[in-house]
Ligand binder design. Structure first.
Ligand SMILES: Nc1ncnc2c1ncn2[C@@H]1O[C@H](COP(=O)(O)OP(=O)(O)OP(=O)(O)O)[C@@H](O)[C@H]1O
Ligand SMILES: [Mg+2]
Length: 258
């Protein structure tokens, strides 16, 4: 079924990856090539939480970054639902950078293991910002940000401070709040609970369950077995492709990013 037919006939389909390959070429290191993904196909529907499993280096984070438009796949396509278009989807692998930025505002949310700290911006403002970008007024956005920080047990005394000096777990909770606040229809979560204690991992598992209940389609990586069992509706295991080749002559795999 073509992407066009799939998005037109399957109302719950939110994201479709087809035949994704990703090869990195390390130009600074003699052109060494790393095959990170070898032909991954995956459909993700509303209300699902697909957990990516597989050994370290299997390509889990690379696949998430391709789905967020950070890396351009060497081969294959990634399509994301966009009901504002007649064809009901956008091809992320063909989209112009401004289109990818628009999709990140309207549709794609991403939480990485590490918070990208913006100097001098308070944690409350960092969390409120995605809502303000979407047109919510500042007071309402801050109120919702406060509620989420409270729920994630980020101490109130930290809300007015920039997170640069926060502990790993505190930064991670700010990062989760920032990633979840705008209730994006598609959420990509790369080890969002890696630095959290058991109680806060439970809070995140509850937030993920609530996101699914409102119809979010989620793809996540969770190394913690308990959290994985709790949140996954499906587990997709990535096998490591052949790790490296320096003799491959196909040049299509140069490192590309948007
Ligand atoms: N920007 C990059 N440039 C070159 N190689 C990269 C890049 N990003 C990832 N890789 C390589 O791609 C492979 C897959 O990496 P990736 O980070 O996706 O693995 P992972 O499954 O997320 O592992 P982990 O569980 O340790 O986080 C690795 O061999 C890694 O070295
Ligand atoms: Mg990873």
């Amino acid at each position: 079924m073509t992407d066009h037919e799939a998005f037109a006939t399957r109302n719950d389909l939110m994201l479709r990856a087809s035949g994704i390959e990703k090869t990195f070429t390390l130009h600074q290191q003699g052109g060494a090539r790393i095959h990170a993904l070898a032909g991954i196909s995956l459909d993700v529907e509303r209300g699902e939480c697909v957990v990516l499993a597989g050994a370290s280096g299997a390509g889990k984070s690379t696949l998430l970054r391709c789905m967020y438009g950070n890396y351009l796949a060497t081969r294959g396509t990634i399509a994301v639902r966009d009901d504002s278009r007649a064809e009901r989807h956008v091809s992320l692998t063909e989209a112009a950078p401004h289109e990818i930025i628009r999709l990140r505002t309207t549709t794609l949310g991403y939480v990485s293991q590490f918070l990208r700290v913006i100097p001098r911006v308070s944690s409350l403002d960092l969390v409120a910002e995605p809502l303000i970008t979407r047109g919510v007024n500042e007071d309402d956005a801050r109120e919702r940000a406060s509620a989420l920080l409270e729920r994630l047990n980020v101490p109130r005394r930290l809300w007015t401070l920039a997170p640069a000096t926060f502990s790993g777990g505190e930064q991670q909770r700010v990062s989760i709040a920032r990633g979840l606040i705008a209730e994006h229809p598609v959420l990509l979560l790369d080890e969002p609970t890696a630095s959290l204690d058991a109680h806060n991992r439970d809070v995140v598992a509850d937030l993920i369950a609530e996101a699914r209940e409102r119809g979010a389609a989620i793809v996540g990586i969770f190394h913690d077995e308990d959290t994985r069992e709790r949140v996954a509706t499906r587990i997709v295991r990535l096998a490591s492709p052949s790790p490296m080749s320096t003799t491959d002559t196909n040049e299509a795999g140069a490192l590309q990013s948007c």
